[in-house]
Ligand binder design. Structure first.
Ligand code: ZN
Ligand code: ZN
Length: 261
């Protein structure tokens, strides 16, 4: 059986004064791939603190383009470029996926922030950088990557929930989202759902979920383990003890924890 492991790089939000919490970001480690989910502000600093080497990350998925999910993407690429020329590090190919318009966005950022273009990087450096909008499911060697649009603001600014499945396992990242009915079907039978649990129930905001909504999603979809993440400072006091509305395991995420799936 293919083994998977979740490495939490960040479990927080865009708010700066969160002690020990960088913006929500994760590495999903599988037998053949290390998939970086979101590249928010400062999270590149936590990659060396995880068990995964930077050069072993071969897929990046950005759920959407809010800065707490995408700011560090170009620093990540710059590191790859510079490591390959200054330090002759053996950088592998990298695929970057995101919602509609992401490919254009990434190419524009490379051109304006780096002294190069996507084409130039692919010509001048010993690895290939693929940048693509997620328009259909993607099959990698041992897994499938699926997605659905979430409810996180205007229709012109898409955010994606991501599901990563092997023959026997399924992990869902809700992305930033409010609770919505079809997310249950999307998450059906998941071994793990990593959920946007931004605010406590009494401080519900539009476009994000609360613990009660996360529990309902996990219970209705028959999820085995629910990870509460993307926590704002107000969510710091959320308790995951004696949860009645969900019968599976609940983990309140912390930066730099690992969870086997
Ligand atoms: Zn967002
Ligand atoms: Zn966010």
């Amino acid at each position: 059986m293919i083994s998977m492991r979740l490495h939490v790089l960040g479990s927080g939000s865009c708010i700066f004064n969160q002690k020990d919490r960088l913006p929500a970001s994760y590495i999903l480690e599988t037998d053949q791939h290390n998939i970086l989910i979101d590249t928010g502000t400062g999270i590149t600093q936590n990659i060396p603190e995880s068990e995964i080497a930077v050069e072993d990350i071969d897929v990046v998925i950005n759920t959407h383009r809010h800065p707490d999910h995408v700011s560090d993407l170009i620093p990540f690429i710059q590191n790859k470029v510079v490591e390959s020329i200054y330090y002759s590090r053996n950088e592998g190919d990298l695929s970057i996926y995101g919602p509609e318009g992401h490919g254009r966005y990434v190419k524009n950022r490379i051109e304006s922030e780096m002294d190069d273009s996507l084409e130039g990087i692919n010509k001048n450096f010993p690895f290939n950088l693929e940048v693509r909008d997620l328009t259909e499911e993607i099959s990698l060697a041992d897994l499938n990557i699926g997605f659905c649009e979430t409810e996180h603001g205007s229709d012109d600014f898409p955010c994606l929930a991501i599901k990563i499945e092997t023959e026997s396992q399924k992990v869902v990242f809700t992305g930033d989202t409010d609770y919505f009915e079809s997310l249950i079907d999307f998450s059906k039978g998941a071994d793990m759902v990593v959920a946007d649990c931004s605010m406590p129930d009494e401080k519900k905001v539009e476009g994000h979920m609360t613990p009660s909504e996360c529990f309902e999603l996990a219970e209705s979809s028959n999820t085995e383990t629910l990870v509460l993440s993307h926590l704002y400072p107000e969510a710091e006091d959320i308790s995951v003890k004696n949860v009645d509305s969900f019968s599976g395991n609940v983990v309140k995420a912390k930066d730099l924890i690992d969870i086997s799936i």
